[in-house]
Design a binder for this molecule. Structure first.
Ligand code: SF4
Length: 263
């Protein structure tokens, strides 16, 4: 990792060389040198996810396969989508920033989804994620999918918040026939292998109590109500410190402080 300050000193620029499988990635990133909140690092994390996804797509093509996902296919947008806590708060804010009547329309869709989940007995399970068995995301995820509840942002089978969609949505790409996604099983749906998952790297910023192994996550469908009940109380931190920690979560390695103080 190399870093430097541009003449304006408004940003710190970092160049990062990474080996991801057989692929070499050269990343150019910039962050504010001063205190920032994790949510302000999200655009960078989203771009990083896009880079990892692009690497995954190239791997798929090199193997002679193809990505089946295309505009107008929203089958996966009826799945249980786990997102990080910081993204849950961002989703809540995104809805709140929408002009009327769109804001009320989206809020009503979240409320309707909640009502259907409650009626199906799934809401209670979603609110009790700490006690799930290790395969809970699969078993309860299938139960969830069977309800056919569309994501509140799905319109005409396309994502209406595409530039702001959660990182989990970016990282979900399918190589099996698109029609299999309507009846997904472990055998019938093949997903592209993303070399390094950015959504879990972001989720790992939420510190776990000693002994807890699983990362904290929020179901996208409950994001606004979860964010209202869980305000962000973490103090801002220097941008370079957040960036360094993001890469430590991503790679599972300690990143040494580079020259010029990216520490
Ligand atoms: S946010 Fe967009 S991509 Fe993600 S589940 Fe909802 S509609 Fe689909």
């Amino acid at each position: 990792m190399r870093s430097g300050t541009p003449p304006s000193a408004e940003k710190i620029f970092a160049e990062i060389d990474m080996s991801v499988g057989d692929r070499k990635l050269h990343l150019k990133l910039s962050v504010d040198p001063g205190p920032m909140r994790l949510v302000e690092l999200l655009p960078l994390a989203q771009n990083l996810a896009n880079t990892m996804v692009q690497a995954a797509v190239e791997d798929v093509v090199e193997k002679g396969e193809a990505i089946s996902c295309k505009k107008g296919c929203g089958a996966c947008c009826r799945q249980l989508v786990p997102i990080s806590q910081v993204e849950a708060r961002r989703i809540r804010d995104l809805v709140e920033e929408m002009p009327e009547p769109r804001r009320s329309q989206i809020r009503a869709r979240f409320a309707e989804a909640r009502r259907r989940l409650e009626e199906a007995g799934i809401l209670e399970k979603l609110l009790d994620r700490e006690h799930w068995a290790p395969d809970g995301i699969e078993t309860i995820g299938l139960e969830y999918f069977r309800q056919g509840i569309p994501c509140p942002f799905l319109e005409d089978e396309s994502c209406s918040i595409h530039p702001d969609r959660p990182i989990t949505c970016r990282e979900y790409l399918v190589t099996s026939p698109a029609e299999n996604c309507a009846r997904p099983t472990r055998e019938s749906v093949n997903t592209a292998r993303i070399p390094l998952k950015v959504w879990t790297a972001v989720a790992r910023f939420d510190k776990l109590p000693p002994g807890e192994r699983f990362i904290r996550w929020v179901p996208l469908i409950l994001a606004p109500e979860w964010a209202d009940a869980n305000p962000d109380e973490t103090p801002p931190r220097p941008g370079p410190e957040l960036l360094k920690e993001l890469f430590e979560h991503l790679t599972g390695k300690d990143i040494p402080a580079p020259p010029l103080g990216l520490a």
